[in-house]
Design a protein around this ligand. Structure first.
Ligand code: GRF
Length: 202
């Protein structure tokens, strides 16, 4: 194997997916290749980004399955079909069960928009994270890439980057700043690092 097969799981706009696509083009990501974009939201703009980049994409919606297990099993089936070695959760708005995670132990990574262990875990997603950071009055926040285990935002940390909070920041401005100055930079770096390690251990 010369490159790791990467699947990116998304639910929304996909600016982090775009950062990964761009990083592949610029050579920041060399040890892996995005083979699949998997969405749980039909019409998510990230799917258009995948289409534009010529990457295969699929959508699996929870409501189409009688149980959570069958929904996750369908995602696992597709991931296996694409011979996925590494899963990147990039704005995937659902918490995967241990049953799913067990299939990809140490092969699922997530980007979270705070410096873990601050402002993370259940309920800390999207703008809520930045609202909480501003409410606390922190002067520094940032982003974290970590492995996914059965504890939400609880897996081993791979990469972090700090961002200064200004007095003028709103949750929206802080969200954008954290993305631009931290998420879009450390996610590709972490993906390359983990892919390189997976290749070494093959
Ligand atoms: C990002 O803030 C990411 O940290 C969080 O969800 C958001 C996804 O944004 N997990 P995008 O879809 O990549 O633009």
């Amino acid at each position: 194997m010369t490159q790791v097969n990467i699947a990116v799981m998304i639910s929304g706009g996909g600016t982090n997916l775009q950062a990964l696509i761009d990083a592949e083009k610029s050579g920041i990501i060399r040890s892996g290749k995005i083979q699949l974009v998997l969405s749980n939201k039909p019409g998510a703009y990230a799917l258009t980004r995948a289409e534009n980049a010529g990457i295969a994409h699929k959508t699996v919606e929870k409501k189409d399955f009688p149980s959570r297990e069958e929904y996750e099993n369908e995602m696992i089936r597709i991931l296996k079909e694409y011979r996925t070695d590494l899963i990147v959760l990039a704005g995937f708005m659902d918490i995967l069960t241990p049953n799913f995670i067990r299939n990809y132990e140490d092969r699922i990574i997530n980007i979270h928009p705070s410096l873990i262990p601050s402002f993370c875990g259940k309920g800390f997603y999207g703008l809520h994270v930045h609202e909480a950071a501003l409410a606390k009055g922190v002067k520094v926040t940032g982003a974290t890439v970590h492995f996914v285990n059965e504890i939400p935002d609880g897996g081993k940390i791979i990469e972090q980057k700090a961002v200064r909070v200004s007095e003028k920041d709103t949750p929206e401005s802080l969200q954008k700043k954290v993305m631009r100055k931290a998420e879009w930079i450390i996610l590709p770096q972490a993906v390359e690092k983990v892919s390189r390690n997976l290749l070494k251990n093959k």
